[in-house]
Design a protein. Structure first.
Length: 571
C-alpha cells in the first residue's frame, strides 16, 4: 500500500530509522515517481518492513509482534474465518475473556477495526506486524492463492465444531437405546464437512478412530496420514451413527465389522466412498476410501515410467493374448495402472470388458461390470459370462481364488488379452502365488506375458522445488556410490501453499517389470523358487523397485527418503 502520511515519516525520523538528508532525497524521488515516501524507502532498502511496523505501533501505542516467532494453534486460527482474515489482513493471536487480539499491519485503519469488532462479535485488541509478516502468516495458516492448506481446513472444522457446541445435537432414543441423529442436527453438517474437506485436500482415505479420551480424524494425503482437528469425544456416537445410516449399515450392530458405500456430491463432482466399520476397544473405527469416478485422467507417461520402461510396457499391452499381472500391496496404484493401460489401447476395433469390485472410475467406450455378491454375481461367474460376449481385452479387478485364476488363464490361452492384479511383494513372487492357490505350473508358464510390481512415491512439488545436496550417508542408504555419480539432479521441495508445506504434491510409480521369456517359462514349469526366478529376471535386465526409485531420485523427481520408505533393499 502506498504510504504518503507525513506523520509516519516524522516518526521514522524520530526513531532514528531515517535522517533528514534521506527524507529530502526520498521526497523528491517520490514526487516525480508518484509513489509514497515510505514505500520508496522500503523499496530502496533504506527501511525494513519491521521498521515501518514499529513506527506505526509507536503512533498508536501498540505492541509490535513477529508472527514468525509465534506458533498459533488451530483453535486460535479458527477464531477468524479465512475470508475475513484475507479481506482485512488480520491474524488472530489470542483470546482472553471475550477479547480477541489480532495482528494488523495498519492500526490507523479504523474501518477495519470496526468491521472486525462486528464480524467477530468481540472486543478487539490490536498488535502490529509488518505487511510481509501478515502476508506470510495468511499463506501459512489460511492458504495461498495456489491451493488450500491442511490448517485452513482445520479452521473450517473448528468453526463447525463451535456451531455444534452452541446448539445441542438432537439425538432421539429408540427402543434398544441406540442413538439416531435427527434430520436437522448440526452433526450432519459436520459429517459433510469432513468428507468435503478431505476431497478438497486430495485425500484418498478418511480415518475416524475412537481413542480412550478423544475421537481422531486423519486424512491420507499422497499416501501419508495427516491428523486433522478432531470432534469432541461426546459427538463420537452421533457421527458414527450418521455415517452408518448413510452407508446402509445396521446402527444397532456394533459387535461385527460392516461394509457399505456412500455417494456424495462435492460441487459438480459425484464421488463414491467405500466405508469400512470395525469394532475396537473404544468404539467403532470407520475408514472411508474416496473414489472420484470422474477424476482419472492418466496416460502412461503420468504413471512415472521412464522412456525405456514405457516402450517395454507399451509393447506388452499391445500383444493380442496372454495375461499381464500387476502386483503390489493395497494402495500401491495397481488399479490406476490397469485403467491407464485400458485407456491406451481403447480403440473402436477392440471390445474391452472389465469385472471390478467396485467400479472405481468410469471409462468411456469400455463395458464395466460391477461384482455383486449379494445376488450371486462373483468374479468367477461374471468372468465366465463376459467371455461369451467375445471381448478382445478383459480386465479383472483382482485374482482372489483358484476358480477366478483358472478362468482368467484359460481366457488368456484362447485369444484374449487379460489384465489383472495380485497381492505380492515383487514381480517374480506372483508365479509362486498363482501356483500356491492351485494353478498348474504349465498354465502359469504358457499364459504369462509379463509380471510387474509397483509402489507409489511422492512427487516433489513443482512450485517450490530447489536444488539439494544430500549427505553421503543419505546416498549410500539407497545404494548410490557418490564416487560414481555424473551430473546428478538432486532436488527437494522447500514447502509452499501449493503442497501444504510438505514439499511434495502428487505421486507416481516405481516399477520392476519381469518379461517372461522361454528360459523363464522352463523355470516356472520346473517349480523353481522365486529367488531363482528373480536371478533370471535380473539377468534379463529387470530393474528392481529400489533401482528404479534411485533413477528417479537422480533425475530430481523424488527424494531418497521417499524411495527408502516405499522399497526394500536389493539382495
Amino acid at each position: 500500500m502506498a504510504e504518503k502520511d507525513d506523520y509516519l515519516v516524522d516518526i521514522l525520523v524520530d526513531l532514528g530509522f531515517l535522517n533528514g538528508d534521506q527524507v529530502t532525497k526520498l521526497r523528491d524521488e517520490a514526487a516525480s515517481a508518484g509513489v509514497g515516501v515510505v514505500d520508496l524507502a522500503v523499496a530502496n532498502k533504506f527501511l525494513r518492513p519491521a521498521d515501518v511496523a514499529q513506527a506505526k505501533a509507536a503512533q498508536f501505542g501498540a505492541e509490535v509482534v513477529n508472527l514468525a516467532d509465534i506458533k498459533l494453534s488451530d483453535e486460535i486460527i479458527g477464531l477468524v474465518r479465512r475470508d475475513i482474515a484475507k479481506k482485512y489482513r488480520a491474524i488472530p493471536i489470542s483470546k482472553d475473556d471475550g477479547t480477541i487480539t489480532v495482528a494488523v499491519s495498519d492500526p490507523s485503519d479504523l474501518d477495519t477495526i470496526d468491521s472486525l469488532h462486528h464480524l467477530l462479535r468481540a472486543e478487539i485488541q490490536l498488535k502490529v506486524a509488518s505487511e510481509e509478516d501478515i502476508e506470510n502468516a495468511l499463506n501459512k495458516y489460511y492458504g495461498g492463492a495456489q491451493g488450500g492448506k491442511v490448517i485452513q481446513e482445520n479452521a473450517k472444522m473448528q468453526q463447525t465444531l463451535q456451531e455444534l457446541t452452541e446448539s445441542e445435537v438432537a439425538i432421539a432414543k429408540v427402543d434398544d437405546g441406540v442413538a439416531e441423529v435427527s434430520a436437522d442436527a448440526p452433526v450432519i453438517k459436520l459429517v459433510n464437512s469432513i468428507i468435503v474437506d478431505a476431497f478438497k485436500l486430495r485425500a484418498s482415505d478418511i480415518h475416524l478412530e475412537p481413542l480412550a479420551k478423544s475421537f481422531r480424524v486423519r486424512y491420507r494425503i499422497d499416501g501419508v496420514l495427516v491428523e486433522m482437528k478432531g470432534p469432541p469425544k461426546r459427538l463420537q456416537a452421533s457421527i458414527l451413527s450418521r455415517l452408518k445410516i448413510q452407508s446402509n449399515m445396521s446402527i444397532s450392530e456394533k459387535r461385527i465389522p460392516q461394509d457399505g458405500r456412500i455417494q456424495s456430491k462435492v460441487g459438480t463432482k459425484l464421488i463414491d466412498l467405500r466405508v469400512s466399520c470395525l469394532p475396537t476397544n473404544h468404539g467403532e473405527s470407520i475408514v472411508m476410501r474416496i473414489l472420484d469416478k470422474e477424476g482419472l485422467r492418466l496416460g502412461l507417461p503420468e504413471l512415472g515410467f521412464f522412456t525405456d520402461d514405457q516402450q517395454t510396457f507399451e509393447r506388452l499391452i499391445g500383444m493380442p493374448d496372454g495375461i499381464l499381472l500387476v502386483t503390489g500391496p493395497t494402495g500401491s496404484g495397481k488399479t490406476t495402472t490397469l485403467y491407464s493401460c485400458l485407456h491406451f489401447i481403447n480403440r473402436p476395433d477392440r471390445k474391452i470388458i472389465t469385472v471390478e469390485d467396485p467400479v472405481e472410475y468410469q471409462l468411456a467406450g469400455i463395458n464395466q461390470v460391477q461384482v455383486n455378491e449379494v445376488v450371486g454375481l462373483s468374479f468367477a461367474k461374471a468372468l465366465r459370462s463376459i467371455l461369451r460376449q467375445a471381448p478382445n481385452v478383459v480386465m479383472l479387478g483382482e485374482i482372489r481364488d483358484l476358480e477366478t485364476a483358472t478362468i482368467a488363464i484359460n481366457a488368456s490361452l484362447t485369444g484374449h488379452l487379460v489384465f489383472s492384479t495380485l497381492h505380492t511383494n515383487d514381480a517374480p513372487a506372483a508365479v509362486a502365488r498363482l501356483i500356491d492357490i492351485g494353478v498348474k505350473p504349465f498354465l502359469v508358464a504358457s499364459s504369462s506375458r509379463a509380471l510387474m510390481a509397483q509402489r507409489l512415491v511422492r512427487k516433489i512439488c513443482k512450485q517450490c522445488t530447489e536444488p539439494y545436496t544430500p549427505t553421503e550417508a543419505e546416498m549410500r542408504s539407497i545404494g548410490i556410490d557418490p564416487a560414481k555419480l555424473t551430473n546428478p539432479n538432486f532436488r527437494k521441495g522447500k514447502g509452499c501453499a501449493n503442497c501444504s508445506s510438505s514439499g511434495y504434491r502428487g505421486r507416481f510409480g516405481v516399477f520392476e517389470i519381469f518379461v517372461i521369456d522361454d528360459e523363464a517359462r522352463k523355470l516356472i514349469y520346473d517349480r523353481v523358487p522365486s529367488s531363482v526366478l528373480r536371478i533370471r529376471a535380473r539377468e534379463m535386465g529387470m530393474r528392481t523397485l529400489r533401482e528404479d526409485g534411485v533413477r528417479k531420485v537422480l533425475a530430481g523427481m523424488t527424494t531418497a527418503e521417499e524411495v527408502l520408505r516405499a522399497t526394500v533393499a536389493d539382495d
